[in-house]
Ligand binder design. Structure first.
Ligand SMILES: Nc1ncnc2c1ncn2[C@@H]1O[C@H](COP(=O)(O)OP(=O)(O)OP(=O)(O)O)[C@@H](O)[C@H]1O
Ligand SMILES: [Zn+2]
Length: 297
């Protein structure tokens, strides 16, 4: 079996692991995200012991994905202290002479789900994480989407819920999707942590309203074959039926391919890889780099 290294680099914690070409996790560790030197040093020390054939990295962002750019492989303009303009990929490449895959955390998770999870065998999917932030990974026509930068769907503007006067938490946009529907936004609006709100609380209908609004737009724009919803907030499983109903109502029969309105429970789903979608996504990036499906440095 191959030994693929994976790094799920989050703003709060890093998960490093070794997996195989079946997407199985052979080993993993997790540690808090500190300054880049300490954190990347821990990742390097971990892989030094593991003799991996490739490494895949799914990172918080924004990151530079443009091959040939002088800052390819960098975390670029993040507000996270100490992490602006950091050569993440290069630091790893200097230590390990193996193919490396590099993408955003949510694109990685979308790729992992398309390789081994809920979108296996499909040519397209969207992967949402609804947690401390909101991110949307975009996999279309068999490729992860990038362009000017990479998709930043969590910051799309939203139409307000009629019963909501919460200003929104996003430092850039106020009431964008992340500003209105992230875990911290739920907590700030209701003055209680999300996991403490009862499942019948109106908070969840409001949360579903915002997420469904984004999914509706994304379905109309990208026509994904599957929409996968992960992250801490989506542990509230009552959100799934609320979101499916709201998307169905929003589309109002307009998108009828495959009778999606009749099979919303197969269309909008939790990650097939569960809590390991991010790490397995990093393995999928590493494996693809090894197989030269995605560029490596
Ligand atoms: N069971 C739950 N119900 C509701 N909200 C939850 C639940 N678990 C976690 N959250 C909320 O999700 C947020 C944390 O998200 P998550 O667990 O995905 O971690 P994260 O990795 O820090 O997030 P991100 O993916 O944005 O980096 C917190 O705001 C927390 O209140
Ligand atoms: Zn925003």
């Amino acid at each position: 079996m191959l030994r693929i290294g994976g790094i799920e680099a989050g703003g709060t914690k890093f998960v490093c692991g070794v997996g195989n070409e079946c997407g199985e996790v052979v080993d993993s560790i997790s540690f808090p995200t500190e300054d880049p030197e300490t954190t990347l040093g821990k990742a390097i020390a971990y892989f030094k012991e593991k003799s991996v054939d490739a490494i895949g990295i799914g990172s918080f962002g924004p990151i530079d994905l443009r091959l040939g750019s002088p800052t390819y492989g960098y975390v670029t303009t993040t507000p996270k202290p100490g992490w602006g303009n950091v050569d993440f990929l290069g630091t790893l490449r200097r230590e390990f002479d193996v193919p490396c895959g590099w993408n955003t955390d949510v694109n990685a998770a979308a790729f992992g789900e398309a390789t081994w999870g809920a979108a296996k065998g499909l040519k397209s999917c969207l992967y949402y994480t609804v947690g401390t932030g909101i991110g949307i990974g975009v996999f279309l026509e068999g490729r992860l989407v990038q362009g000017l930068v990479h998709p930043e769907g969590g910051h799309m503007l939203t139409r307000r819920h009629p019963g909501d006067d919460f200003a929104g938490l996003c430092p850039y946009h106020g009431d964008c999707l992340e500003g209105m529907a992230s875990g911290p936004a739920i907590e700030a609006r209701w003055n209680v942590k999300g996991h403490e709100l009862p499942s019948s609380h109106p908070a969840w209908e409001m949360e579903a309203y915002y997420i469904a609004q984004s999914i509706t737009g994304a379905v109309l724009l990208n026509s994904p074959e599957k929409v996968i919803l992960g992250g801490g907030v989506m542990q509230q499983s009552q959100l799934f039926p609320l979101i499916r109903e709201a998307v169905k109502a929003n589309l109002n029969g307009y998108v009828s391919a495959g009778e999606i309105a009749e099979r919303m429970d197969e269309y909008i789903v939790p990650p097939g890889l569960g809590q390991q979608a991010g790490l397995c996504g990093a393995f999928a990036l590493g494996l693809a780099a090894l197989q030269s499906q995605v560029p490596s440095l």
